[in-house]
Design a protein around this ligand. Structure first.
Ligand code: SF4
Ligand code: ZN
Ligand code: ZN
Length: 286
């Protein structure tokens, strides 16, 4: 098949159309641009790099869209997987001319291996550290590599667990709240599927970490994602429609969640002391 837009050979396919390298890059960056433009994103963006294909694709696309970026990496201290991930982040930063900023979970006395549910602790600490890093570095936004497949999977997982209060974060843009030291969160890959992100990394030779996190085997969302992808094969466009529905649903929910500022660290918290400070054992005796 040739590219839908020129006579070059197609190297990627999306929604029944073939794309050459150049036109696929234009398509992919155009989808990222549409989120940036829609929410009028201007100013410094902290980009969370994990070493995986999605965050590298996101960083690469934002770089070529000439956004003002500070890439950073959270070292989770997972043997073998973390050093390999860090190497992938270092490589892309070096290639694109950035200095990678690093945060070490061990500096906060947290070890995922010591926890019964490492993924749940991991999610909490990553969210906290991403926001804190962006805030301390004068960024108005933190960008993460969640793609369309992740967003639909996450929403379905919450629905499947009757976890309606966690039914947030399905939107490509969540505004910040300065009074709580909370920066805006953006998901510029909102319109792009797992497969499209994979195509972008391979077309642009981005060396992402191939190793899987040893805890990922326990992640219940993996099965849901497989199922979502199988459904998408049968009904192309289903994921996008679902994501748009979840986005609308979330908008209808009360936006003003009751927040406090953690009495220990000053960052947002639902209770008096935030989850991060509890995990880091800072709440003892408070
Ligand atoms: Fe963190 Fe779990 Fe993902 Fe590993 S699989 S990086 S522990 S959320
Ligand atoms: Zn082309
Ligand atoms: Zn705190």
């Amino acid at each position: 098949m040739t590219c839908h837009y020129c006579n070059e050979e197609a190297v990627a396919y999306s929604y029944g159309k073939g794309y050459c390298r150049e036109h696929f890059n234009m398509y992919f960056r155009g989808k990222v641009r549409s989120v940036i433009d829609k929410f009028q994103i201007k100013g410094k963006i902290a980009v969370a790099l994990s070493g995986g294909k999605d965050s590298l694709a996101l960083f690469h696309a934002l770089h070529f869209l000439k956004m003002d970026l500070i890439p950073f990496y959270i070292n989770l201290g997972i043997p073998s997987y973390s050093p390999a991930s860090e190497k992938a982040c270092e490589k892309i930063c070096h290639d694109l001319g950035y200095t990678l900023q690093k945060i070490d979970l061990a500096d906060y006395g947290i070890s995922l291996e010591e926890h019964e549910k490492p993924c749940s602790v991991c999610g909490t600490v990553k969210r906290y550290l991403m926001n804190r890093f962006a805030h301390e570095n004068g960024c108005k936004y933190v960008a993460t590599g969640h793609n369309l497949s992740d967003i639909v999977t996450f929403a379905l997982h919450n629905l499947a667990n009757a976890n309606i209060m966690n039914f947030r974060g399905n939107r490509p843009f969540l505004p910040g709240r300065e009074e709580y030291n909370m920066v805006a969160k953006i998901k510029p890959l909102f319109y792009l599927t797992d497969k499209e992100c994979m195509n972008y990394t391979s077309i642009n030779n981005l060396e992402y970490v191939k190793e899987k996190c040893p805890f990922s085997r326990e992640a219940p969302t993996l099965k849901i994602k497989k199922w979502v992808h199988a459904m998408e094969e049968e009904m192309p466009g289903m994921m996008l429609n679902m994501a748009k529905s979840f986005w609308r649903l979330e908008e209808k929910m009360d936006d003003e969640i009751k927040l406090n500022r953690c009495s220990i660290c000053g960052y947002p918290s639902y209770g008096r002391i935030c989850k991060f400070c509890r995990i880091a054992g800072r709440s003892k005796g408070k």
